[in-house]
Design a protein around this ligand. Structure first.
Ligand code: MV4
Length: 446
């Protein structure tokens, strides 16, 4: 097992990893920017190293500074959290070259999944159902027109180097296609330095359902069920739940088994998420994330597993603590992302939190790195906390969530709490009746 883990992140996820390391008796080092000297993760860690000025590129994204911090403190492993360097293949390779363990998959697996065309090709080869479309990059308009006519309109043009909603254009019919192709290609070239694009059938009213997987890097893998992340705005998830209100046990077991087999065959190591669009009873692979995700606590609630413990175990070579037969799904969990944002416009609202009071009681978990008197720096993501609620079923979970939202106090800044108080009173949400477009329509007043 590791002696000392360096946490290359900040905020609630730095705390989350720190807690897991402490529980396992592992020493902790955190790195931080000058803007985060007062942050909770810095206070709770055994050691801390200031690695640069506030802008992320000069601190949390500065690979050389982070490697130097490992050398200085003698850390033998790095946990990247999510965002920042968590899906940076070069970072994983550089750590390996320094004999420091990256707590995550290999650089090669990160690289494959970071290229959306390669990811889709790999998924298809491994038997995962994918969205119908071009087999790889489309080279010219004639090819695009032929493929679009084959799969039928509407189609979507996506950037291979994109992901998470960046660099996508929809073509409703053939007259749209030339423009969609040219725009997607030039935006991709400008944004990512890679203008490769591909075409897919555009699904009109899907849900976003993702499967949590774990590989031990030695040919064994498990799935931990799904999360329904359809409630989002501008590709930012705000509410995630497990199980999905749209799936039955048979569908879950079937898609889960397909994913676990694929991850085993790939020789994948660590936590991963296989993202699908789900429409009319069918799953369509879109992307794979090779990191721990913001919404992982929802899966922890329904499986009673500690995903960060598992990540650390697997990275150390100790393997997974469970086999598929050990995994049981109990009850229902919902996560609400508490952002320092205006609840209608979602514009960031940094500043000082004058009063912070978190709810408690049975089935309530709050993951947050803030406290009363904490000043939110304006440089980073607006996520300040997550409320995760568990109940024996969805009705009980929603009852507890309504109560927990009433107890939650965050004064001094604007947060997304009022939006959640509204959502828990909405009939569609109560019925689990929503797709990826629901929130934006609701906010527009429909
Ligand atoms: C799609 C799609 C419809 N059809 N692909 C957006 C983020 C990126 N991960 C993939 N995305 C989409 N891909 C096909 N073939 C609709 C979206 C999409 C979306 C997906 C998941 C969650 C929210 C979304 C919001 C708008 C569009």
């Amino acid at each position: 097992m590791f002696q000392k883990i360096l946490i290359a992140n900040r905020g609630e996820i730095a705390l989350r990893v720190l807690r897991a390391a402490k529980e396992l008796g592992i020493q902790t080092v955190v790195v931080h920017s000058t803007a985060d000297a007062d942050a909770m993760h810095v206070r709770l860690a055994d050691e801390s190293v200031c690695i640069g000025p506030p802008p992320s590129r000069d601190s949390y994204l500065n690979i050389h500074q982070i490697v130097a911090a490992c050398e200085i403190t003698g850390a033998d492993a790095v946990h990247p959290g999510y965002g920042f360097l968590s899906e940076n293949a070069r970072f994983a390779d550089i750590l390996a070259a320094h004999n420091i363990t990256f707590i995550g998959p290999s650089g090669d697996h990160i690289r494959v999944m970071g290229d959306k065309i390669e990811a889709k090709r790999t998924a298809r080869r491994l038997g995962i159902p994918v969205v119908p479309g071009s087999d790889g990059a489309v080279s010219d308009e004639r090819e695009a027109t032929r493929i679009a006519a084959e799969i039928g309109y509407p189609v979507i043009v996506k950037a291979s180097a994109g992901g998470g909603g960046r660099g996508m254009k929809v073509a409703r019919d053939e007259s749209d296609l030339e423009m969609a192709l040219a725009t997607a290609r030039s935006e991709a070239g400008a944004a990512f330095g890679d203008d490769a694009v591909y075409i897919e059938k555009f699904l009109q009213r899907p849900r976003h359902i993702e499967i949590q997987v774990f590989g031990d890097g030695m040919g064994k893998a498990v799935h931990l069920g799904e999360r329904d992340c359809s409630l989002q705005r501008r590709h930012q998830k705000i509410w995630e739940e497990a199980p999905s209100p749209a799936l039955n046990d048979g569908e879950r077991a079937r898609i889960g088994a397909v994913c676990a087999r694929a991850i085993a065959d790939l020789g994948y190591s660590g936590a991963g998420t296989i993202e699908f669009l789900y429409e009319d009873g069918e799953f369509y692979f879109i992307e794979m994330n090779t990191r721990l995700q913001v919404e992982h606590p929802v899966t922890e609630a329904v499986t009673d597993l500690d995903l960060v413990h598992e990540q650390i175990r697997v990275a150390s070579g100790a393997g997974l603590s469970v086999t598929q037969d050990d995994i049981r799904f109990t009850g229902h969990a919902i996560e609400c992302r508490i952002n320092a944002e205006d609840p209608r416009s979602f514009t960031p609202s940094p500043g000082t939190i004058t009063h912070f009071h978190t709810p408690g009681g049975l089935g309530i978990r709050v993951d947050s790195g803030v406290y009363s008197g904490y000043r939110i720096p304006p440089y980073y993501d607006s996520l300040i906390g997550k409320l995760i609620v568990h109940g024996r079923n969805r009705v009980e979970c929603m009852m507890r969530l309504r109560r927990a939202l009433d107890e939650f106090v965050v004064d001094g800044i604007k947060t997304t709490l009022p939006l959640f108080r509204e959502l828990v009173g909405n009939a569609d949400i109560a019925n689990g009746d929503y797709d990826i477009h629901w929130l934006e329509k609701h906010l527009a007043g429909e």
